[in-house]
Design a protein around this ligand. Structure first.
Ligand code: ZN
Length: 76
């Protein structure tokens, strides 16, 4: 008799959707390969990079406006 517990759990690769066996010897699970793992991590890095860049730019704009206002008010 085959026990259902002996079958490996299968998951869909988050990057390409390929069926991946969830096994201890699959270092990249739930991804099918290192390539898909890096693609997914890269997507996350791009996302956080863009958000961080936007907020940093907003802060610089406010500082620049304040600095310009200070200079205009300053008597020569
Ligand atoms: Zn994949």
């Amino acid at each position: 008799m085959n026990s259902p517990k002996s079958r490996p759990l299968e998951v869909a690769c988050p990057s390409c959707g390929k069926t991946v066996a969830w096994r201890e010897d699959n270092a990249h699970r739930p991804f099918c390969s290192e390539r898909c793992k890096l693609i997914d991590l890269g997507a996350w890095a791009d996302e956080s990079h863009r958000i961080a860049g936007e907020s940093a730019m907003d802060g610089m704009d406010i500082d620049a406006l304040l600095a310009r206002a200070d200079r205009d008010d300053m008597p020569q």
